[in-house]
Design a protein around this ligand. Structure first.
Ligand code: KIV
Ligand code: ZN
Length: 512
């Protein structure tokens, strides 16, 4: 008997972006969407078009770019939201309108101030309106995990009758336990007479660390779509992690006899891209994509793996796209080798971006003998992510030591004008930030929310990657910079964040 398919609905660009500090520019979203297409997820939820002009543009651009996946846009249960979602989605190869309304007593009373009958009416009207545009309509019962079961059955039946082709059951606040959530799905299968006319979807949050377990429990009871995000990004504690759901199904076929279309060898690259773009590092012991997920430290384990990998490995590193990242390129490597390696790593660069990245590669290779894949990825991300630069670092000089007050002098290109600044600081990084704030006075009105350094590869000559998060009013931006000198990487990260913040002008963030 053919295995039933589990539809993988990725919401990294919508729910994932709702993680505080994870906002992305339109171009960054398109980049991630292209990687999601390579990963062969079935549905990409690209954003919430009514939330802001930026969200609208991102959904529109992703819809116009992606051909191999369905693209969804989120809408509340209102005519205006649905019209706006459709306006953004209409160029998609397979557009999906995803409309939602809260159904739990707590949400209906305190958030919506609506009676249950009014909620059913609004949900049905929203689905009917969405069906005028497309037959691919998903409806979600927000806070379904805490919704009265009789009411959930009633409203699910009504929206299916109105034309919803997917009904999504979110555990919005991550409250349920796996057996309890699975029971909810089974009850819907048993009690909703027209349930076979729609796909049952689940969308689990991770507040109790149970999002993946709840999703798997749900598919065992009849759910056939799982909503998830790369690296488990998402509101609060995040959503079910795509890589964990997919690899659990692949690895435990004996107990989860389902098929998923995801190209698992693209998982590692997709995870890294999301981490670089959002500046959210992946914890080393994170399942599937953490740096230690396939590392064996104990002697007994190493010995076992050398004799027979399956002694301690339940899946192979290669199955999630982890290639051997031993030294690949050095300062004698040419442009062709550089381009070929980038292609293997999944980059498709324009001639101009390739030139820039290659120049940067030569600079780094002069200082660092061995360049690992991670180094190449960092330097390409560092060069290519900077699309629209208002601010550019030309020169930086820093002096510090045990006896001296740290000082920094900076020369920058600010919208075509060369400007200089100099300052002292509590430490060299502080001195650099103060010097940059002389050139970019707006920096003084911003709050530094996060400053983080990590070494991309091992050794004292490793490249350092710095992440900086800046906040100004309602806007927030995160910048990254990579260099073998962490002070230079810090300046680059700060300037990258300034560029991103400039890009975000007039785009206040608004979540669901
Ligand atoms: O968590 C949730 O309930 C959601 C819905 C909008 C699907 O994100
Ligand atoms: Zn959610």
């Amino acid at each position: 008997m053919a295995e039933e398919k589990i539809i993988i609905f990725d919401t990294t660009l919508r729910d994932g972006e709702q993680s505080p500090g994870a906002s992305m520019t339109v171009d960054e979203k398109v980049r991630i969407a292209k990687q999601l297409e390579k990963l062969r997820v079935d549905v990409i939820e690209a954003g919430f078009p009514m939330a802001s002009q930026g969200d609208f543009e991102a959904v529109q651009k992703v819809a116009a770019t992606i051909r191999e996946c369905s693209v969804a846009g989120l809408a509340r249960a209102t005519i205006a939201d649905i019209d706006r979602a459709w306006a953004a989605l209409s160029e998609a190869a397979d557009p999906r309108i995803h409309t939602f309304i809260a159904t739990s007593p707590i949400h209906m009373k305190h958030k919506l101030n609506m009676q249950p009958d009014q909620v059913v009416e609004a949900a049905v009207a929203a689905v009917r309106h969405a069906r005028k545009y497309t037959r691919n309509v998903e409806w979600s019962a927000e806070d379904a995990g805490r919704t009265d079961m009789d009411f959930l059955c009633r409203i699910v039946e009504a929206v299916i009758a109105a034309g919803a082709t997917t009904v999504n059951i979110p555990d919005t606040v991550g409250y349920t336990l796996p057996h309890e959530f699975g029971d909810r799905i089974r009850t819907l299968v048993e009690r909703v007479p027209n349930i076979a006319q729609a796909v049952i979807s689940v969308h689990c949050h991770n507040d109790l660390g149970l999002a993946v377990a709840n999703s798997l429990s749900a598919i065992l009871q009849g759910a056939r779509q799982v909503e998830c995000t790369l690296n488990g990004l998402g509101e609060r504690a995040g959503n079910a992690a795509l890589e964990e759901v997919v690899m659990a199904i692949r690895t435990r076929k004996d107990l989860l006899p389902f098929q998923v279309g995801v190209v698992t060898t693209e998982i590692s690259r997709a995870s890294k891209l999301v981490s670089v773009v959002t500046g959210f590092p992946v914890q080393p012991n994170k399942a599937i994509v953490g740096a230690n997920a396939f590392a064996h430290e104990a002697g007994i384990h190493q010995d076992g793996v050398l004799k027979e990998a399956t002694t301690y490995e339940i899946m192979t590193p290669a199955s999630v796209g982890l290639t051997d990242s031993r030294m690949v390129l050095g300062k004698h490597s040419g442009r062709h080798a550089f381009r070929d390696r980038l292609e293997i790593l999944g980059y498709e660069l324009s001639a101009e971006h390739l030139d820039r990245a290659f120049r940067r590669f030569k600079e780094v290779a002069d200082k660092k003998q061995e360049l690992f894949d991670e180094d190449l990825e960092a330097l390409v991300d560092d060069e290519v992510i900077r699309e629209t630069e208002h601010y550019r670092l030309i020169r930086l000089h820093v002096a510090s030591g045990t006896q001296d007050t740290p000082v920094a002098a900076v020369e920058m290109d600010v919208r075509g004008e060369k400007l200089r600044g100099a300052s002292w600081g509590a430490g060299p990084v502080d001195a650099v930030f103060q010097a940059i704030s002389q050139v970019v006075p707006e920096l003084k009105e911003m709050r530094l929310q996060l400053y983080q350094v990590h070494a991309i590869t091992g050794g004292t000559d490793a490249q350092g990657e710095v992440t900086v998060r800046l906040e100004k009013g309602e806007r927030m931006a995160q910048g990254q910079g990579a260099d073998s000198d962490v002070i230079v990487a810090s300046a680059k990260a700060l300037i990258n964040a300034l560029n991103k913040l400039a890009h975000k002008r007039g785009r206040p963030r608004q979540g669901v």
